[in-house]
Design a binder for this molecule. Structure first.
Ligand SMILES: Cc1cc2nc3c(=O)[nH]c(=O)nc-3n(C[C@H](O)[C@H](O)[C@H](O)COP(=O)(O)O)c2cc1C
Length: 178
């Protein structure tokens, strides 16, 4: 299985968690640091189409920003998931591929009992709906909650689990309302 990880982090030099998660991946996995590739938000759509066409599993990795994603990921969606390619008439380029969200919320107050009220999976619904539109299989997201306060040993465990999860060829789809 060919896996590509697209990392969207606007302050890569200051990242602790996402940097560690990427470092833990082996060299079989292609990692693209999108803010380094496109600091001016001028995404090379043809190149990104080729990258996605060559992949079986697409991982979108990012720190949670405002209960959503950093801005470049939204730009990537707007530009790369184009009509006639990703959706609409003839838009079947991604059909049958797997899509995984790997998100790190800094806080750990998610779910009905927490301040945020909504679960991380609920907040990720736009990605799940998009996955449906573009015909990908939406895998269970890999969530690193409390990313702002992980101990070194908790982070090391998370790094190992991320590697195992991304490399696992037998992941199942998340249900529509899970
Ligand atoms: C602009 C901005 C918005 C953020 N919004 C959220 C948020 O909505 N929810 C949350 O849990 N953490 C939020 N955070 C915290 C980051 O998600 C957290 O610091 C990051 O995941 C840690 O990973 P890193 O070490 O790779 O930077 C935000 C941080 C910034 C800078």
């Amino acid at each position: 299985m060919k896996t590509v990880v697209l990392v969207f982090h606007p302050h890569w030099e200051q990242s602790r968690v996402n940097k560690a998660l990427v470092k833990g991946l082996d060299s079989q996995i292609e990692v693209r640091n999108m803010y380094q590739l496109y600091p001016d938000f001028q995404i090379d759509v043809a190149t990104e189409h080729r990258v996605l066409e060559a992949a079986d599993r697409i991982v979108l990795q990012f720190p949670m920003y405002w209960y959503s994603s950093p801005a470049l990921l939204k730009q990537w969606e707007d530009d790369v998931l184009s009509y006639g390619w990703a959706y609409g008439t003839g838009g079947t380029a991604l059909h049958g591929k797997e899509l995984m969200i790997a998100v790190s919320p800094g806080a750990d107050n998610y779910g009905p009992e927490g301040f945020a009220k909504y679960s991380v999976r609920q907040l990720l619904r736009p990605f799940q709906a998009t996955s449906r539109l573009i015909g990908t299989t939406y895998l269970k997201p890999f969530v690193t909650t409390g990313a702002a306060s992980l101990t070194d040993s908790q982070l090391a465990t998370q790094v190992q689990q991320y590697h195992n999860y991304v490399r696992n060829d037998d992941l199942v789809a998340l249900g529509d309302f899970e």
